[in-house]
Design a protein around this ligand. Structure first.
Ligand code: FAD
Length: 293
């Protein structure tokens, strides 16, 4: 159990709630919720801080895919009908010329991410984890230079939590890690823009024609399509984020399909007509500049 050990004068006017636990996990995403659950099962008291509302977890992603074998490997029960959208048997890898594709067996579960997140968090709570939503990590508390707890801001004001271990499960922002002062022994750099993938997805209901069933992967073009809700397909595309200050900060900094650009053809030119995302092509054309010489 997480202990409430009192209230102290905070940095501002209001008193700060004080708690004590074995482990504080910052972030209730897949990593934080899973780790909290597994640590609590082993007898550690855990508190998860999540800056967002719990009901929003996974909503921005919607349908997502996970290899079926991973469930057994990580000790997670398989999803039920309310969460499982499709069980996919194969993955087809397409070469750049779009001929001679290879289909392999890879059983993948296509699931609703918000439902999956609710389930993971329910396992964590059932095991005794306390989850504070809309509570943002603000500062690492240290004693003689060693992490000894965290400070956070929630709906009821500031909270100070003493603990034995702080886990940064805050995703790509690395809220805790990047707040620690630089030292030769600690890497506190933010993840660089060029090491960040921007993933763009659309759900299409009007794909027709000779498509391969299940997952289709176009590694060369950093694109894919796969079943989504009902008969819809996700058409997805990933590329590195642009460095800040260069062009649009949320768009990729280089052409995502350089070899196709060099040939002067749109990247999806070889795709089956039905899978060609012409709608993107018009909306994303600004991502293309002068082909490299
Ligand atoms: C569009 C898209 C599609 C994807 N599809 C798949 C897929 O099909 N299959 C797959 O396996 N993976 C997929 N991924 C990747 C997967 O979503 C990530 O790998 C996974 O979410 C990482 O989990 P995480 O817990 O490390 O981080 P996150 O899920 O990012 O969770 C971090 C949490 O920390 C919280 N947080 C951040 N800062 C603070 C703070 N200061 N205080 C408190 N809380 C904080 C955030 O609100 C967030 O809830 C996809 C990703 C995207 C973007």
């Amino acid at each position: 159990m997480v202990e409430l050990v009192g209230r102290s004068a905070g940095h501002g006017e209001a008193a700060m709630a004080q708690k004590r636990t074995d482990v504080v996990i910052v972030g209730a995403g897949t990593s934080g919720a899973y780790l909290g659950w597994k640590l609590a099962e082993r007898g550690f008291s855990c508190l998860i801080l999540e800056k967002d509302k719990l009901e929003n977890l996974g909503v921005a992603i919607g349908p997502f895919h996970m290899e079926e074998a991973a469930f057994e490997r990580f000790g997670i029960p398989l999803p039920g009908d309310d969460e499982l959208l499709h069980r996919l048997e194969t993955i087809t890898m397409w070469p750049p010329c779009m001929k001679g594709e290879v289909t392999a067996r890879l059983v993948t579960l296509d699931m609703d991410k918000p439902s999956f997140m609710r389930r993971l968090l329910s396992y964590a709570r059932d095991a005794g984890v306390e989850v504070l939503e809309e509570t943002e990590f603000t500062r690492l508390a240290r004693e003689r230079g060693i992490p000894a707890g965290v400070e956070a801001r929630g709906p009821e004001g500031e909270v100070e939590i003493a603990c034995r271990l702080v886990v940064d499960a805050s995703g790509i922002g690395g809220a805790v890690r990047t707040s620690v002062p630089a030292s030769p022994w600690f890497e506190n750099d933010p993840v660089a823009d060029m090491d960040t993938l921007v993933v763009y997805m659309e759900s299409w209901g009007d794909l027709a024609g000779d498509l391969k069933p299940d997952i289709n992967s176009f590694l060369h073009f950093q694109g894919w399509y796969a079943p989504s809700h009902g008969d819809e397909m996700i058409v997805g595309w990933a590329c590195p984020r642009a460095p800040r200050g260069r062009g649009n900060a949320t768009g990729p900094s280089r052409r995502p399909f350089p070899s196709a650009a060099r040939r002067g053809v749109p990247p999806w030119a070889g795709c089956p007509t039905a899978a060609r995302p012409t709608r993107w092509w018009t909306t994303a054309s600004w991502w293309w500049g002068t082909p490299p010489s």
